[in-house]
Design a protein around this ligand. Structure first.
Ligand SMILES: [Zn+2]
Length: 374
């Protein structure tokens, strides 16, 4: 699992003299276009383009060869490969993320970490606690990965079976002792939860396990955690971590889809009132070229072709044969969406890739749109 301190370390290392080649590559095997290692071709295209934009750089082709070699050995077990190579330091950082990030190749001093840092900021960290009458398991889920932090077990005397009349009194005492122990177990879990989840900066909380105990825990949660409780889910306490991750991902996906829908609704509202948003490829390209985009929004998996002028560093509509600035013939650009995302990210903007109902709402108007800086 990638951590913030890994990024800080990388940031610092890559500030050394010399340049860093940073690559984000869509390697998602659920996307047919990436099967049979076709993502290697996509990488080659991106690197070729980068080399063309830096024709006098002797270091870049060497770094690009290194990266191509590394990618040949990558097992694609996630969605996005993030890779940074600083040749003169001999440092390579690589990780395969379980989340989708826009593909792009960047050459400059210091690794280009904005897409990763943005993912860290935007993705919520989920805390999950599974609880029964004497045990509790604590997990966090972040960037599509699950981590188990604690397995707490309390000594709770067993609850007696159905009472017989002559043992009624001792029976009820045993029941009381059992119930009190369960309550103190739940209180202990609540305290531990508060401590650990503050430390891990958990944004949202899911409680599962045995229904009765889970609801009791929900009732006595520390106040600051209560507002972060998303729901109670009947997940058995002995569930394997993969199952727990899957259940949590469903909840996360639902929340993310809702948030994407709000972004698209805001965008469309701005468009309707002629405010600070544009739709359509032409208008979006213009906004990107002028560095006015605060948030680029497009459909998941969108592929567009267009052109680019390497002299002026502008991206053009597929209908344009010549650069609108210098008049030179444009070069064909087969990954126009990647290039737009890269241009926006490089200038400090954001990228929102939408799917589900948000995509349906956006598609009514356009495949790609942008919200401007105010
Ligand atoms: Zn030009």
């Amino acid at each position: 699992m990638i951590r913030h301190r890994d990024l800080e370390q990388l940031q610092e290392l890559s500030q050394a003299p010399g340049k860093t080649l940073t690559v984000y590559l869509d390697v998602d095997q659920t996307n047919a276009a990436n099967r049979k290692r076709q993502f290697e071709t996509h990488l080659r295209d991106m690197l070729k383009q980068l080399k063309a934009a830096n024709p006098d750089d002797d270091e870049l082709p060497l770094a690009a060869d290194d990266v191509e070699d590394i990618v040949k050995r990558i097992e694609a077990g996630g969605k996005t490969l993030a890779l940074a190579r600083h040749r003169s330091l001999g440092v390579t950082f690589r990780t395969v993320l379980k989340i989708a990030l826009p593909s792009g190749a960047y050459w400059g001093s210091g690794a280009f970490l904005r897409p990763l840092l943005e993912a860290f900021d935007e993705h919520e960290r989920f805390g999950i606690v599974l609880v029964d009458s004497k045990r509790a398991r604590l997990f966090t889920v972040f960037l599509g990965e699950i981590e188990e932090h604690k397995d707490l077990i309390s000594k709770v005397p067993p609850r007696p079976d159905a009472p017989t009349s002559d043992k009624l009194r001792s029976q009820s005492r045993m029941e009381r002792r059992h119930d009190e122990s369960v309550s103190s177990h739940v209180r202990m879990v609540a305290t531990e939860l508060g401590r650990l989840f503050d430390q891990l900066e958990v944004d949202r909380l899911i409680i599962g396990g045995t229904v009765g105990v889970a609801s009791e825990l929900a009732r006595i949660l520390p106040k600051r955690l209560r507002g972060r409780l998303v729901e109670l889910l009947p997940i058995p306490i002995t569930s394997p971590t993969d199952d727990i991750l899957a259940r949590c991902s469903e909840v996360q996906l639902r929340i993310e889809r809702q948030e994407e829908l709000e972004v698209v609704r805001d965008l469309l509202k701005e468009v309707r009132k002629g405010g600070r948003a544009v739709t359509g490829l032409g208008a979006t390209l213009e906004a990107v070229n002028h560095g006015r985009v605060w948030k680029l929004v497009y459909l998941q998996g969108l592929k567009l072709e267009g052109g680019s002028c390497s002299d002026c560093n502008v991206l053009t509509d597929p209908a344009d044969e010549r650069c609108p600035l210098c008049g030179k013939p444009v070069e064909q650009e087969t990954h126009l969406v990647d290039r737009m995302a890269r241009a926006v990210l490089e200038r400090g903007g954001h990228v929102e890739v939408v799917d589900g109902p948000a995509a349906e709402a956006l598609r009514q108007v356009s495949e790609v749109a942008a919200i401007m800086h105010s």
